[in-house]
Design a protein around this ligand. Structure first.
Ligand code: A3P
Length: 376
């Protein structure tokens, strides 16, 4: 799909007089309401093509997203691909590094290991974020240079991740924050998928920090406002629960492995063994220890942010509250959520958790009501 089809699409989507548009997957794209723009949108970066909702679930994405979502339907996944999915801030970068190291560097001899993880393992959903109005000030030059080297002649307007993935040798390890329903229909039958879940109370704390840290978002609202926007399905990337449930309902699929952040924190080795079985990597004890060492929070933090360009981050937030690798713990919400917000989140969790056998209420710790979630 070339530039011209992109602009035709965008004109149609953003033309106020045009009807709503359909994605190739069948969902309907609509511009966000004026009310959303005045309440939520004013605290976020502005996008050249505005912001849309993808119905019926109401996914809130930059206005350029329909172009990339349709492009994703035509993207050729390969059977050896491994895709890491999850709502933002659930620990996906940790899992990316874990899987990449298991598959590419279990003996710690791979010279590419020093490159930023988001270059070794590209994020599909990142493409739509690059449509911010001040893109040229955001320090994305390394990504643009990488695109130029890997895909000569290709334009950044047509996105980074999907174009680079097309030429990347396998097995490709990629990440995607889109929900399952937006992926190609045969996607899970074809590829191995790892879905990462995290207590939404910790997710919301981490997400608020991230949207203020990263200049691509530059969120200006208060924490309280943010939490309410998150639980009311108004925040970018939302809504949270349909995202999680679309993974959960697929949990018996042999190509899907669900991992909880809290389980990784509590007993990384057990989770590594399960991953090893799922991926068929057959690592020995020494290799397992190598992976554990490389992916420890302190090791990953000491290597620096996944995109090695400080221009991407608000330095004041980074210095005062931590950078990309902020705290890396389970239960940090206890230091951040007020009793009132905590109560609201407890109710929201209770009302929405459905058949996910986890207690994420005000319990002291992560508790599962039965054993490993997708190995029934
Ligand atoms: P915190 O902000 O709570 O510290 P994602 O990669 O999906 O964006 O998730 C980011 C969260 O995972 C951040 O949480 C980050 O610190 C945490 N994280 C990243 N690497 C980690 C690691 N090796 N161990 C534990 N947590 C990690």
């Amino acid at each position: 799909m070339g530039r011209s089809s992109r602009s035709v699409w965008l004109k149609a989507v953003t033309d106020k007089n045009s009807m709503s548009r359909k994605l190739l997957t069948g969902q309907v794209v609509e511009e966000v309401s004026e009310e959303w723009k005045e309440s939520v949108g004013k605290d976020l970066q502005q996008y050249k093509q505005g912001v849309v909702r993808i119905l019926p679930e109401g996914w809130i994405y930059p206005g350029v997203s329909p172009f990339f979502l349709d492009k994703l339907q035509q993207f050729q996944f390969r059977t050896e691909d491994v895709v890491i999915m999850g709502y933002p801030k659930c620990g996906s970068t940790w899992v990316q590094e874990t899987v990449w190291t298991m598959m590419n560097n279990p003996d710690l001899t791979n010279p590419h290991a020093e490159e930023g993880i988001w270059y070794r393992s590209l994020e599909i959903s990142m493409d739509m974020l690059m449509d911010v109005v001040n893109f040229d000030e955001l320090g994305m030059e390394p990504m643009i240079e990488t695109l130029g080297k890997m895909c000569p002649g290709k334009s950044k307007e047509d996105g980074f991740a999907l174009q680079m993935l097309e030429v990347l040798p396998g097995p490709r390890i990629m990440k995607c924050h889109y929900a399952f329903e937006l992926m190609p229909p045969d996607f899970l039958d074809k590829n191995k998928v790892i879905y990462v879940l995290r207590n939404p109370k910790d997710t919301v704390v981490s997400f608020y920090h991230y949207l203020r840290l990263v200049r691509l978002y530059d969120y200006k609202g208060s924490f309280e406002k943010f939490v309410k926007e998150f639980i009311n399905d108004q925040m970018l990337f939302g809504p949270y629960w349909p995202h999680v449930h679309q993974a959960w309902t697929r949990r018996s699929h042999p190509n899907l492995h669900i991992i909880f952040y809290e389980d990784l924190k509590a007993d990384f080795m057990t989770q590594l063994h399960l991953l090893d079985k799922f991926l068929g990597t057959n690592l020995d004890t020494q290799q397992m220890q190598n992976v554990q060492h490389i992916t420890a929070f302190t090791s990953m933090k000491s290597k620096g942010a996944p995109v090695n360009d400080t221009a991407c981050f608000n330095q004041s937030v980074s210095e005062k509250e931590g950078g990309f690798f902020r705290k890396g713990v389970a239960g940090d919400w206890k230091n951040t959520l007020s009793p009132e917000l905590n109560q609201e989140m407890d109710k929201w969790i209770k009302d929405n958790i459905g058949d996910i056998p986890i207690k994420w209420g005000d319990d002291e710790k992560h508790q599962k009501t039965h054993g490993n979630t997708n190995r029934k």
